[in-house]
Design a protein. Structure first.
Lengths: 319, 427
């Protein structure tokens, strides 16, 4: 599958908000990012989906100029990543809670606003917008360290938005957040996308990528191994095939041999494989019966991003 | 249950290498430092500098000075040190320049032998004709004047036998009924022989100082009007030590920010590493200065420290000290990976600096090598500067050596800290 997400250079059109070309980053003997290329358009949310240690955070930190790549190029509206123009165009929400715990929400936002060069009325306006966006207006005087986990996450996000960046990079912003707060965070991100902000969203939660992202790049071992919309990825990996999950009782050796014969995958006594037509399932189950396996339950489902990842890498997304 | 708890604590201590090392290194380091200060004095006794002015120029005064010069525990200065090797030798001290030199801290004691001393140098009891030797001292050093007074009496007893003999004969002549001419001739002959032996001799005889035969009039030329003379010293000495602790603790916020990811986020804004460190240096300098102000105000309110009459000097020394101390904290923080490491390293370095630099024990009582080693510390320069201001009442312009050194220390430490902090800059 084509993993190159770059936009063809065109002299007549302005540069895209973000363009990454052949980015390589090594840490000692380990190559964290291996020749990644991608581009993001205005108002688009690009999801970087991959397991822990896949290279997502290194890629994000290269884009915000915190990691110097060994090769390749990052351009933010045509400017290098470390330039002031790029810094002012980019907003970064790191995975860690990178806020000052011993000062209030408002003071945190004021500090980060000043770091971006804001002052006076513009700063006050930006703080007010961020508090409203993060739904923290009534907690603005509370110390950041005293907030709930979800509120801290929202403040962490708001601290990257004071200068109203045109591109925002969210690095796993929902880690450790309860479902209610997660929904609130999704709404915040969706409001940004609606306002035309280009977004890169890294996660290892398939559901988040499916909900928020217009396009998804699956990243593993520092490489983008597939990219496209959700449907494109599934279509590319599975075509029109349907996923079957069948759980059997019987000798493990017999279950394993039967699964292998049908080119399936065995996980926790559940055989997984794909079929072209739903009618194919009858023949499969008949064959299982002949092999002496007792069917416990069976289900059919359309493949999802998890299936795509599994199909491409042979591993679970959250391994 | 008791043993598992002790075992867990032991494992935790072994994992925390900083604390583990500190548990053993710190006591040993301190033991060594204080052993050098107090225990090694048999071979490196602190010598007392004494300025000598001989206004009498009599044989008796010369003998007395010769006797004092032979004392191994004294360093006799008769003229200021030449500014350079090629410069002409400066003029001998006078009573006025000797007093100025004591005030400036060049020596803790000056002895002025007045004109007429040689006519009646010693007295076995009160004698109105006797001229008193003037002992000018710095009241901050309580040991030196007593030691010099004792050695002065010893020198009179041992270095001036002819004078003593002559004076004894005079007493006998006066109170016993008078000598015959023959006796006078014999005595003169004996005294001449004694003077000859004394002139040929280069060694002094040991003998106990049986004080009082030479009249000494002591006068403190520094600190005589101070209501609480040691407060300014301790305000500076203890103040600098705690400033070092708070500065390193405050600079440790850098490590917290690095650990939490806040530092990296800040560096992704328009803030560069140089600006970030400079901002923290400004804050830590101000914090240290305010701490000094609070400490000296407390000294003024509670211990009658004359604070407001020394305000310009205090501000100059306070800012320079605060700057050096803040830069020191920044360097320690940038060298360490964790708060635990910083705690261990700062405790070790600061306590050593404070003990060698005079925060715990006055430097003038230390062996000379230790006094010189103290000059490598912020404490010593800061304490010297504050002493100049509050003790010697010297004008601000006289603080230039301390100001220059402290600013240079601050600049160098900050530059090194900036260099070390590159590890946080980019991956």
């Amino acid at each position: 599958m084509q993993a190159d997400l770059t936009t063809n250079p065109n002299l007549t059109t302005p540069p895209p908000p973000l363009q990454v070309e052949s980015l390589v980053k090594r840490f000692g003997q380990t190559t964290a990012v291996k020749g990644v290329s991608l581009a993001v358009r205005g108002g688009e949310c690009l999801g970087l989906l991959g397991p822990n240690g896949a290279g997502k955070s290194t890629l994000i930190r290269s884009i915000v100029g915190r990691v110097i790549p060994d090769a390749g190029r990052v351009a933010v509206f045509g400017s290098p990543a470390s330039s002031t123009a790029a810094r002012m165009a980019l907003g970064w929400v790191p995975q860690e809670l990178a806020i000052y715990p011993r000062i209030s929400c408002r003071e945190n936002l004021g500090s980060f606003g000043r770091y971006y060069g804001l002052s006076g009325g513009k700063l006050a306006e930006a703080i007010a917008w961020c508090l409203q966006w993060a739904a923290l207006e009534d907690r603005s005087a509370d110390l950041a360290g005293n907030l709930s986990g979800g509120m801290k996450r929202r403040l962490n996000m708001a601290a990257g938005m004071l200068h109203r960046p045109k591109i925002v990079l969210f690095d796993e912003p929902t880690v450790g957040v309860d479902p209610q707060s997660r929904n609130r965070i999704f709404e915040m991100i969706e409001s940004l996308r609606t306002a035309g902000t280009a977004i890169i969203y890294t996660t290892h939660y398939m559901e988040e990528a499916e909900r928020l992202c217009d396009r998804i790049a699956i990243i593993d071992h520092g490489c983008i191994i597939a990219s496209g919309t959700r449907d494109e990825l599934i279509q590319s990996a599975f075509g029109t095939r349907t996923q079957v999950q069948a759980r059997f009782a019987g000798a493990p050796e017999a279950i394993s041999a039967w699964t292998a014969r049908h080119r399936g995958r065995l996980a926790d006594a559940t055989a997984e494989f794909t079929i072209e037509h739903s009618s194919d399932i009858a023949a499969l189950l008949d064959d299982a019966s002949k092999a002496g396996l007792e069917l416990v339950d069976v289900s059919l489902r359309r493949p999802n991003l998890e299936s795509v990842f599994l199909h491409l890498t042979g591993r679970e997304l959250r391994d | 249950m008791i043993f598992p708890i002790a075992r867990t604590a032991l494992i935790a201590l072994r994992r925390d290498r900083g604390a583990f090392v500190l548990s053993f290194v710190l006591p040993i380091a301190f033991f060594s430092i204080f052993a050098v200060i107090f225990g090694g004095q048999h071979d490196s006794t602190p010598k007392i500098k004494v300025i000598l002015v001989d206004e009498d120029q009599s044989e008796a005064s010369r003998q007395l000075i010769k006797g004092l010069q032979s004392e191994s525990s004294l360093v006799i200065l008769t003229r200021p040190a030449a500014k350079s090797k090629t410069a002409p030798a400066p003029a001998d001290y006078t009573a006025a320049t000797a007093e100025a030199a004591v005030k400036a801290g060049d020596a803790p004691v000056a002895l002025v032998v007045p004109p007429g001393f040689g006519r009646n140098p010693i007295a076995f009891g009160p004698d109105e004709d006797q001229s008193s030797i003037q002992l000018l001292n710095d009241a901050s050093d309580t040991i030196a004047p007593q030691m010099v007074t004792g050695l002065l009496q010893k020198a009179a007893m041992t270095a001036m036998p002819a004078v003593m003999a002559e004076q004894g004969m005079n007493y006998a002549d006066k109170y016993v009924g008078g000598f015959t001419p023959q006796q006078r001739t014999l005595m003169a002959s004996s005294l001449a022989s004694l003077r000859k032996v004394q002139a040929d001799s280069t060694s002094t005889h040991s003998g106990s100082a049986n004080g009082g035969i030479i009249a000494v009039h002591s006068r403190a030329v520094v600190g005589e009007n101070k209501r609480n003379p040691t407060v300014s010293f301790y305000a500076a000495a203890i103040g600098v030590m705690f400033l070092l602790f708070t500065a390193s603790g405050s600079a440790g916020a850098l490590l917290d920010e690095a650990e939490s990811g806040t530092l990296e986020r800040v560096l992704s804004t328009r803030v560069t590493m140089t600006k970030l460190l400079a901002g923290k240096l400004v804050f830590n300098t101000l914090l240290a200065f305010v701490q000094l102000v609070a400490m000296f105000l407390w000294g003024w309110a509670v211990f009658k420290l004359d604070f407001f009459n020394h305000l310009p000097g205090f501000v100059v020394m306070g800012i320079c000290t605060a700057f050096a101390v803040a830069a020191f904290g920044m360097l320690l923080a940038s060298l360490c990976r964790t708060r635990a490491q910083l705690g261990a390293l700062s405790t070790l370095v600061i306590l050593i600096m404070s003990s060698v630099g005079g925060s715990m024990f006055p430097r003038f009582l230390m062996p000379e090598a230790m006094q010189k080693a103290g000059l490598l510390t912020i404490n010593a320069w800061a304490i010297d500067g504050f002493t100049k201001v509050f003790w010697r009442d010297l004008p601000v312009k006289d603080l230039w050596p301390q100001v220059c050194v402290l600013l240079a220390i601050g600049a160098v430490l900050f530059t090194v800290a900036r260099r070390v902090a590159r590890r946080w800059e980019y991956a």
